[in-house]
Design a protein around this ligand. Structure first.
Ligand code: PGA
Length: 252
C-alpha cells in the first residue's frame, strides 16, 4: 500500500560538476532498482543540471529547503513556484534548519503550505534531541512538531514525513529499528487523529539518521517504517545504491 522511498539528502555538498559526476555514477545502477521510489536532493544550484540528467530516468528530484513567500524582495531565498518547475519533492523542517537557521514549527508550517500550494510534495522532518529523549519527551515533542507543522493543512496529498532523531543525524549513532518503529507508530497515530485512519495508513513515514548499507534492513524490516532519508551515505554512490537495492529486495 505504501511504496518505500529512499531519499538522498546531499546537504551542502557537491559543486555542480561533482553533482553531475555523482548522478552519472549512481544513475545506471539506480535505474535497475524497481519497486521503490528513488529521490535525490542535491543543493539548489545543481537542480537544473540534475533535472537534465534524470529526465529520462525513474530517479526523482527534491530540494532541501524552500521559502514561504511566492516572490519579492527576499534576497537569497528560493520560492516554491520556482522549485515546482524543477522538483517533485522538497525537504522542509530538517533539524539542521531548525538548529542553525532558527526555523520554528510556525515557519515550517508556512513552508509546508507554500510548497503544497505550488504542487510540491513536502518531506516534513521531525525529531527529538537527545535531551528531550532522555527527559522522556519524545512523544510530546515529535507529535507536537507534526501537529504544529501541519496546522491548517487540509489534505496531505502525498506529503511524506521523515522521523529523524537529532541525536542520530551524522553521528553514526543510529536509532535501533525498534526505537524508530515505535516513534513512527506514534507519528502515524497523530496523523490518524488529524486526518483519519485511512490517510494515516497511506502516508509514508521515513526514518533518517546514520542510515548505512549495514543497517538499512534493520529499519526497513519494521512494519511502520516506509523508507529512509539518507545523508552521509547518499554521497557515496556504492552505498546509496546498496541502500536502494537492499530496500527493494525486501519487496515491502
Ligand atoms: P545522516 O543524515 O544520514 O548523515 O545521519 C540524515 C539526514 O540528516 O537527513
Amino acid at each position: 500500500m505504501r511504496i518505500p522511498m529512499i531519499a538522498g539528502n546531499w546537504k551542502m555538498n557537491t559543486t555542480v560538476s561533482e553533482a553531475t559526476e555523482l548522478i552519472n555514477e549512481i544513475g545506471p545502477g539506480l535505474e535497475e532498482v524497481e519497486g521503490i521510489e528513488k529521490v535525490i536532493c542535491p543543493p539548489f544550484v545543481s537542480l537544473c543540471a540534475a533535472g537534465d540528467l534524470v529526465q529520462e530516468s525513474t530517479i526523482k528530484l527534491g530540494a532541501q529547503n524552500v521559502f514561504y513567500e511566492e516572490k519579492g524582495a527576499y534576497t537569497g531565498e528560493v520560492s516554491a513556484p520556482m522549485l515546482a518547475e524543477l522538483v517533485e519533492y522538497v525537504i522542509i523542517g530538517h533539524s539542521e534548519r531548525r538548529q542553525y537557521f532558527h526555523e520554528t514549527n510556525e515557519i515550517v508550517n508556512k513552508k509546508v503550505k507554500a510548497a503544497k500550494k505550488a504542487g510540491l510534495k513536502p518531506i516534513l522532518c521531525v525529531g527529538e534531541t537527545l535531551k528531550e529523549r532522555e527527559a522522556g519527551q519524545t512523544k510530546e515533542v515529535v507529535t507536537g512538531q507534526v501537529k504544529e507543522s501541519l496546522a491548517g493543512v487540509e489534505k496531505l496529498n502525498g506529503l511524506v514525513i521523515a522521523y529523524e532523531p537529532v541525536w542520530a543525524i551524522g553521528t553514526g549513532k543510529a536509532a535501533t529499528g525498534k526505537q524508530a518503529n515505535e516513534t513512527i507508530g506514534l507519528i502515524r497515530s497523530a496523523i490518524s487523529q488529524l486526518y483519519g485512519k485511512d490517510i494515516a495508513q497511506k502516508t509514508r513515514i521515513l526514518y533518517g539518521g546514520s542510515v548505512t548499507p549495514a543497517n538499512v534492513v534493520e529499519f526497513m524490516k519494521e512494519p511502520e517504517i516506509d523508507g529512509a532519508l539518507v545523508g552521509g551515505a547518499s554521497l557515496k554512490a556504492i552505498d546509496f545504491l546498496s541502500i536502494c537495492t537492499q530496500t527493494a529486495s525486501l519487496g515491502k
